[in-house]
Design a protein around this ligand. Structure first.
Ligand SMILES: Cc1cc2nc3c(=O)[nH]c(=O)nc-3n(C[C@H](O)[C@H](O)[C@H](O)COP(=O)(O)O)c2cc1C
Length: 241
């Protein structure tokens, strides 16, 4: 099983969130066989701009048209990021809450990879159809305050609902959240919450569903992310729209 660890905290070893996702990763390596963990550190990772040729190409795809030759070279960098994302069987997301939602680096990554014809497609009547099937995700977040269900701040939690929505949109609906909170009120509260979250994370990795994730998964990309010549007169098969 290949687990892609997407890191959206820039704090390295000081990161509260990393302590918890580290406990998950360590436990997974210890208790499950054939686990390969690859890390994408979003603050040390070049991503193509969603501007210039790439924004032209994206709008062409959204209209169900082929990408022009002029945009193909630039677009190939987006395809590389998508291929890398799709190469994983499961995902571990390490993300602090920033301004009630996700850090900009994670949003940028999502803007790069969530492309029509690759992670979702449009059907004949223009509805979006998810294409990333059979994959698991665990989202570890930490927050300075406390946004637990039932608390007064819960309505400001745009992080978990957004992540469920965007990853559900592309087909990843098997998502579990571990939200550690509050981190920034007192050291005692932080250590208590991090400790409990680390225990929870380590226990999750032992569960049998993580052992069977590779065996059970469906083809990564049933509609096909195929290398294809991008020419003006060739329709892009997977974007009917
Ligand atoms: C730019 C920025 C914005 C933040 N916004 C929020 C916020 O909206 N709500 C909150 O509770 N904490 C907020 N925090 C605090 C972090 O969520 C908290 O310290 C978290 O544990 C940091 O995780 P890390 O150590 O893994 O980076 C913010 C921190 C930063 C740096």
């Amino acid at each position: 099983m290949k687990l892609l660890h997407i890191v959206a905290s820039p704090r390295g070893e000081k990161s509260n969130t990393m302590r918890i996702s580290g406990a998950f990763a360590d436990s997974l390596r210890e208790h499950q066989e054939n686990v390969v963990i690859e890390t994408v550190d979003l603050y040390n990772h070049d991503l193509p701009a969603i501007a210039g040729d790439n924004i032209e190409a994206k709008y062409t795809l959204m209209l169900g048209q082929p990408i022009s030759k002029d945009h193909a070279e630039s677009w190939s960098q987006i395809e590389r990021a998508i291929t890398h994302f799709l190469s994983a069987d499961a995902y571990l997301l390490t993300t602090p809450m920033w301004n009630f939602s996700i850090p900009y680096a994670l949003k940028y990554y999502i803007d790069c990879i969530v492309q029509p014809g690759y992670l979702f497609r449009y059907n004949e009547i223009g509805q979006a159809v998810p294409m990333v099937l059979g994959k698991k995700m665990i989202c570890v977040s930490s927050r300075g305050g406390d946004y637990s269900p039932g608390s007064p701040m819960n309505v400001f939690d745009f992080q978990e609902p957004y992540l469920r929505a965007i990853f559900g949109f592309i087909g990843i609906t098997d998502i579990e959240f571990i939200n550690a909170q509050p981190m920034d009120i007192t050291p005692e509260l932080r250590e208590g919450a991090v400790g409990a979250a680390m225990e929870h994370a380590a226990a999750l990795a032992v569960r049998p569903d993580w052992a069977t994730v590779a065996a059970d998964r469906l083809p990564a990309n049933p509609a096909g992310l195929k290398p294809r010549p991008i020419v003006d007169d060739e329709p892009v098969a997977s974007t009917a729209g």
